[in-house]
Design a protein. Structure first.
Length: 210
């Protein structure tokens, strides 16, 4: 499946890093503080979206009464304190190694902040696999569309030469804008039903890519 590509672009959260349980735990703490209904993991995966401000609104946060920046920072502060509790998904390193051995380039494209993305990639010993690690200059996970457009220009790849691996509709949208093919993983922040509606290949495990 991957041999025809010149470059593989990976999303980070929910694709490489299994942080879904931590994200659910942290949002439930915030929901309790605001006297809002908590969510199960399945409910979370049916609601989560990017930009995350929309997802917070769907959970009941009222941004006319409280600023998204304040709520978002509180969540991110909790995430930053505990991010190293998370692990890389099984099979990810194996697949990256295989791609590397095939002589295919790899990059990360994420709505996570650049500084933390660099730190986390180094922590898990993954930096060696990537020619580019691209993240946002803030913590608010808005959109990475402009970053994707910049990255594809740098790579200089034509249509059908790049594959994007992600776990959300936003990854699918970014891939379409870049002219890249897309594979989505159901173990991340979106449930499988939502992903299958997008009409691209949906895998339950990254090993399915091989």
């Amino acid at each position: 499946m991957i041999k025809n590509y010149k470059h593989i672009i990976w999303d980070w959260n929910g694709t490489i890093l299994n942080d879904v349980d931590l994200c659910v735990e942290l949002i439930n703490e915030l929901l309790k503080e605001h006297n809002l209904k908590t969510v199960t993991k399945d409910e979370y995966k049916s609601i989560f979206t990017i930009p995350v401000k929309n997802y917070y609104a769907a959970l009941g946060f009222d941004f006319e009464k409280e600023s998204f920046e304040v709520v978002g920072k509180k969540w991110m502060d909790g995430y930053e304190q505990r991010k190293f509790e998370c692990k890389v998904y099984p099979g990810v390193v194996e697949v990256m190694e295989k791609i590397k051995n095939l002589g295919i380039g790899q990059s990360i494209l994420s709505a996570y902040s650049q500084h933390t993305l660099d730190e986390m990639s180094a922590h898990f010993g993954l930096t060696k696999y990537f020619s580019h690690i691209v993240g946002l200059d803030n913590i608010y996970a808005a959109s990475k569309l402009h970053l994707g457009q910049q990255l594809i220009k740098k790579l200089g790849n034509g249509k059908g030469e790049t594959l994007m691996i992600g776990d959300t509709e936003h990854d699918f949208e970014v891939a379409a804008e870049m002219g890249a093919d897309c594979v989505l993983l159901s173990g991340g922040h979106y449930d499988k039903k939502r992903l299958e509606k997008l009409g691209v290949t949906v895998l339950d495990s990254i090993r399915g890519l091989l």
